[in-house]
Write a protein that binds this ligand. Structure first.
Ligand code: PMP
Length: 373
């Protein structure tokens, strides 16, 4: 086991912005005997996941789908079920993963128009309103709650209100992959239609599950579309097994689902306000500690997400050398993406991460820098 301040380790500490460290009780759930995908134990797990996700995502009415796949499949599923090829889709992009919505929409033959926000800044609601009103009513408006590339926490409540006022019937899709479980999300209060996430970030489960919570408005849109060019990603085909998880559509990832059930139990037992407060506290500790080493956020101070920090390298510190030096000391962090590649590093601090892991990360960075000085 890791000891704070020690170079002795059996496994590296993952401080990348996903996948994140997984708690022992969740790993233990993965080691349980495999269950039948149509049996009563898995059905009970799935119903508990649905209830837990509704609580986590702040929705009394959403329908919760959870199946094997990565976050990108969740994005594709959200788009293909709620807009047809040729329809107008607006994307608010705060970075690399916002741009992915545009790419997915175009791959699906939709007419995507993107509000490109400067990296590290918030979107301008007036510019979004203008873009929406400049053309036909969009079928979808997509946004990323926390863009894992720029470290921006989007102002989802305000942006969703802007969309609703400008285009009342638009289906609003929020990517919560780097947010859900680490920062508050209130789907009903925001009047958001699809909130999607993956297992591997602030939900503290290994990669491999998509979670989508879907509103009544979005479900009506799905009905209107009729047959779509998807099979596994067609939410209508999953519906019977959402209502009764003993019904087969496609074999459930039973072990990962059990792990998610255990992780959600832990998340709800910690209490959502306490959990979000811990994320803010640990984020502050990482930023303060790294500031002492000369690292400053590339993200505007008003836009910082509590789940990761995107930090500019101090003069004379090389990106690859720093990360290699930290890996040697048992802490793995990530490089920057897109226009910020080579300029900084990304440190994830979400899920199970506490002050102890933040301290280890800062110590490893200090030691790696000192070794190269
Ligand atoms: N959205 C966001 C905000 C992400 O951070 C990621 C992955 N880092 C994705 C979508 C895509 O998820 P995946 O890699 O699981 O396909």
């Amino acid at each position: 086991m890791w000891q704070h301040g020690s170079l002795m380790t059996t496994s590296p500490l993952l401080m990348i912005p996903g996948p994140t460290p997984v708690a022992p009780e969740v790993l233990a759930a993965l080691a349980e005997p495999v269950r039948s995908h149509t049996g009563p134990e898995n059905a009970a797990t799935m119903l508990r996941i649905q209830a837990g996700v509704r609580e986590l995502m702040g929705s009394a009415q959403a329908r919760v789908y959870c199946f094997a796949g990565s976050g990108t499949l969740a994005m594709e599923t959200a788009l293909i079920n709620h807009a047809s090829p040729g329809e107008r889709v607006i994307v608010v992009s705060h970075g690399y993963f916002g741009d992915r919505f545009t790419e997915v929409a175009r791959a699906l033959g939709m007419r995507a128009e993107t509000l490109h926000v400067e990296w590290g800044e918030h979107a301008d609601a007036a510019a979004l309103r203008e873009l929406i009103l400049a053309g036909a009513a969009p079928a979808l408006v997509c946004m990323t709650h926390v863009d894992t590339s720029s470290g921006v926490l989007a102002e989802c409540a305000a942006l969703a209100a802007t969309v609703r006022a400008a285009s009342p019937d638009a289906v609003i899709v929020v990517d919560g992959v780097c947010a859900t479980g680490g920062v508050e999300e209130t789907m009903d209060a925001w009047d958001v239609d699809v909130l999607l996430t993956g297992a591997q970030k602030a939900l503290s489960v290994p990669p491999g599950l998509v979670v989508l919570a879907v509103s009544e408005r979005a479900r009506s849109r799905r009905e209107l579309l009729g047959d779509i060019h998807a099979y596994y990603a067609d939410l209508r085909r999953w519906d019977a097994s959402v209502d009764d998880p003993r019904k087969y559509f496609s074999t459930h990832a039973v072990s990962l689902l059990r792990a998610l059930e255990v992780s959600l139990d832990g998340i709800l037992a910690e209490g959502l306000p306490a959990r979000y407060e811990r994320h803010r506290r640990v984020a502050g500790m990482v930023r303060d500690g790294m500031a002492e080493l000369g690292f400053a956020p590339l993200t505007n101070a008003a836009c910082l997400a509590p789940t990761l920090s995107v930090l500019a390298l101090p003069d004379g510190v090389d990106d690859a050398a720093l990360r290699a030096g930290m890996t040697e000391r048992g802490v793995v962090i990530a490089p920057c993406l897109g226009p910020w590649a080579g300029k900084g590093v990304r440190i994830g601090h979400m899920g199970t991460v506490t002050e102890a892991e933040a301290a280890r990360t800062i110590d490893a960075a200090a030691a790696a820098i000192a070794a190269h000085a």
